[in-house]
Design a protein around this ligand. Structure first.
Ligand code: KIV
Ligand code: ZN
Length: 520
C-alpha cells in the first residue's frame, strides 16, 4: 500500500496561545505563522476570531498573507461565531472553518445544558451554515474521549452528512491512553457508514503525558490528520508536540509505513526557539527534539561510541531538525548588506526602519561582545520587530545600581516618557532587581506583582547576552516583558519597562475582550 499524507494541523496560535500567560500580539503571531509556512505545515489554526478584535485581526492578517497552508479559524456551533470566522478568512487562499461543540455527558449536563438530540441538531445546523461560506469545514465533538461511543458515532455520521470534511476527535482533557484511543478510532472507522467521506483527525492534550503517544496510536488506527503545537504548548499540560510527532513518523518510517508528512524538518528548531522566546515558555533542557540537551552526549561510554560511529547513540541527525551549533556570524566591521542577507537567511522580513534599528543595535552589541552568534541575531531582531515602540509610554533613560555584600541594594532609575520628559526615582530592595523594579514602580505609580522572572544566556561565554523574561501582573492583567543585553541588570530593567508599556497600552485599549467566552 502506498503511504498516505498525514496532515499536520498546527494549533500553536490558537490552543497554544490560549494557555495562561502565552498571549502574543499580532506581529508575533504573523511571524510564527511565517515560520509555520516555512515548516510546510498543512493547516495553521490562526485563532478564534469571535473571541476578541485582536484575535479576529490576527486571523485576518494571517489569512491575507500566508500562502501554501490552509488557514483555519475556530468557531463555536453558533452562527455569529461562524460568520466572524468566515469574514476573517475571506482572503485566505485555502480557508477552513473549524466548528466545535461539546458532546460528553458531563459537558452536555453541566456546560451546554442540552440533550443528545439537541446536540446533534446544533452540530448539523452549524456545519450546514459553515458550508455556505466554505467547502472545507471541520467538526470537533469536544471531550470526545469521554463521550458515549455510540453517541459519538451518531454525531460523527450526522455532521459528515451535513458536510463536515474533517472530523476531529479531541481528547480534550488528556484522559485517553494509547490502545484505548486507537480502538476508538477503529470503532468509528468501522461503525460510521459515511466515514470515508471525511478525514479523521485527532487532537490530544497532555494531562497524563500521553498526547504524542495517543496521537501516534490513532495514526496507526487510521487517523490522517494530527493537531499539535510547537513545543507542545497549550491548555494546562499542553497539546501533542508537533516536533515529536513528525520526527517519530520520519525516524520510524519502518513502523509508520502507511504515512508520511510534508514537513521541512530543518525549520523545527528555529521555529521552536521563536515560539519559546515570544511566548516566554522555556523549553526544558531534556525535551525531545528541541531541548538544549536533546543531542548532547555526556556519559563517557556514550561519547566513546558516538565518536566512533554516530548511530551507536544517535537515532536522528541534529542537522535534520535545524539543530546545528549556533554559528558565529558577523563581526564589528560587517556592513548593512551583510546584515540584510543574514536577516533573510534567518527567515525574517524587516522593513527599512526595522533593519536600521537592528543595524544600530548590532553595532552597539559588537562593541560590547567579541563574538556575535546567530542566537544573538534572533534576540536583536525580535527585540526590534516585536516591540510596539511607537506606543511605548516609557523608555529606559539610565540606570545606576549599587550592590555590596551585607548592604541593602539601591537603584536609581531614569525613565523617559513619550513627551521626552525625564522621570527619576531611587529605591531599595531585597536584591538589585527588586530595587530597580521598586524605583520603576515609584515613577509609573503602578504597583505591579512580579509573577515570574527568568534570565537565560543566549549564547556561550561570559559576555553572552542575557535574555530576561518577566511576567507581571497589575490588577487583573498579566503581561510578559522581555529585555536583552550583555548587562543582565539593564536587561532586567528593560524587561520590566517593556511589561509596563504593555500594561499601559492594554489599559488604554480597554478590557481584554472574549474573556467571558467559555474556552474550548
Ligand atoms: O481540546 C479541545 O477539545 C479543543 C477543541 C476546540 C478542538 O481544543
Ligand atoms: Zn484543545
Amino acid at each position: 500500500m502506498q503511504p498516505e499524507k498525514l496532515i499536520i494541523f498546527d494549533t500553536t496560535l490558537r490552543d497554544g496561545e490560549q494557555c495562561p500567560g502565552a498571549s502574543l500580539n499580532i506581529k508575533e503571531k504573523l511571524e510564527i505563522a511565517r515560520k509555520l509556512a516555512l515548516l510546510n505545515v498543512d493547516v495553521i489554526e490562526a485563532g478564534f476570531p469571535v473571541a476578541s478584535p485582536g484575535d479576529f485581526e490576527s486571523v485576518k492578517q494571517i489569512a491575507e498573507e500566508i500562502r501554501g497552508a490552509t488557514i483555519a479559524g475556530l468557531s463555536r456551533a453558533l452562527e455569529k461565531d461562524i460568520e466572524a470566522t468566515a469574514r476573517a478568512l475571506e482572503k485566505a487562499e485555502s480557508p477552513r472553518i473549524h466548528v466545535f461543540l461539546s458532546t460528553s455527558k458531563v459537558h452536555r449536563d453541566h456546560m451546554v445544558e442540552k440533550a443528545k438530540d439537541e446536540i446533534i441538531e446544533m452540530g448539523v445546523k452549524a456545519i450546514q451554515f459553515a458550508r455556505k461560506y466554505c467547502d472545507d469545514v471541520e467538526f470537533s465533538p469536544m471531550d470526545a474521549t469521554r463521550t458515549e461511543k455510540d453517541f459519538l458515532a451518531d454525531v460523527t455520521r450526522e455532521v459528515i452528512s451535513a458536510g463536515a470534511t474533517t472530523v476531529n476527535i479531541p481528547d480534550t482533557v488528556g484522559y485517553a491512553v494509547p490502545e484505548e484511543f486507537a480502538e476508538l478510532i477503529r470503532y468509528l472507522k468501522t461503525t460510521v457508514p459515511n466515514i470515508d467521506q471525511a478525514i479523521i483527525s485527532v487532537h490530544c492534550h497532555n494531562d497524563l503525558g500521553l498526547a504524542v503517544a495517543n496521537s501516534l496510536a490513532a495514526v496507526q488506527a487510521g487517523a490522517r490528520q494530527v493537531e499539535c503545537t510547537i513545543n507542545g504548548i497549550g491548555e494546562r499540560a499542553g497539546n501533542a508536540a508537533m516536533e515529536e510527532i513528525i520526527m517519530a513518523v520520519r525516524t520510524r518510517k519502518d513502523f509508520f509505513k502507511n504515512v508520511y508528512t510534508g514537513i521541512e524538518t530543518r525549520h523545527i528548531q528555529p521555529c521552536s526557539k521563536l515560539v519559546s522566546s515570544l511566548t516566554g515558555f522555556f523549553v526544558q533542557r531534556n525535551k525531545a527534539i528541541v531541548g538544549k540537551n536533546a543531542f548532547a552526549h555526556e556519559s563517557g561510554i556514550h561519547q566513546h561510541g558516538f565518536l566512533k560511529r554516530k548511530d551507536t547513540f544517535e537515532i536522528m541527525d541534529p542537522a535534520d531538525v535545524g539543530g546545528e551549533e549556533s554559528e558565529l556570524v558577523m563581526g564589528k566591521h560587517s556592513g548593512r548588506n551583510a546584515l540584510q542577507n543574514k536577516v533573510q537567511e534567518l527567515g525574517y522580513t524587516l522593513d527599512k526602519d526595522e533593519l536600521d534599528r537592528v543595524f544600530q543595535e548590532f553595532k552597539i552589541l559588537a562593541d560590547e561582545k567579541k563574538e556575535i552568534f546567530e542566537d544573538d541575531f534572533h534576540t536583536l531582531i525580535q527585540k526590534q520587530k516585536f516591540s510596539v515602540e511607537q506606543q511605548n509610554t516609557y523608555k529606559l533613560g539610565s540606570l545606576k545600581c549599587a550592590f555590596e555584600t551585607g548592604k541593602i541594594p539601591e537603584a536609581q532609575v531614569v525613565l523617559i516618557s513619550l513627551d521626552d520628559k525625564e522621570h527619576s526615582a531611587s529605591a531599595n530592595g531585597d536584591g538589585p532587581v527588586d530595587a530597580i523594579y521598586n524605583a520603576i514602580d515609584k515613577i509609573t505609580g503602578l504597583s505591579c506583582r512580579l509573577l515570574d522572572y527568568q534570565v537565560m544566556a543566549k549564547t556561550k561565554g561570559h559576555d553572552a547576552q542575557g535574555e530576561v523574561t518577566v511576567r507581571v501582573q497589575h490588577e487583573k492583567r498579566e503581561v510578559l516583558g522581555k529585555g536583552a543585553g550583555v548587562n543582565t541588570l539593564e536587561a532586567s530593567a528593560l524587561a520590566y519597562v517593556n511589561a509596563i508599556n504593555k500594561l499601559l497600552l492594554k489599559s488604554k485599549s480597554g478590557p481584554v475582550e472574549g474573556s467571558e467566552l467559555p474556552g474550548p
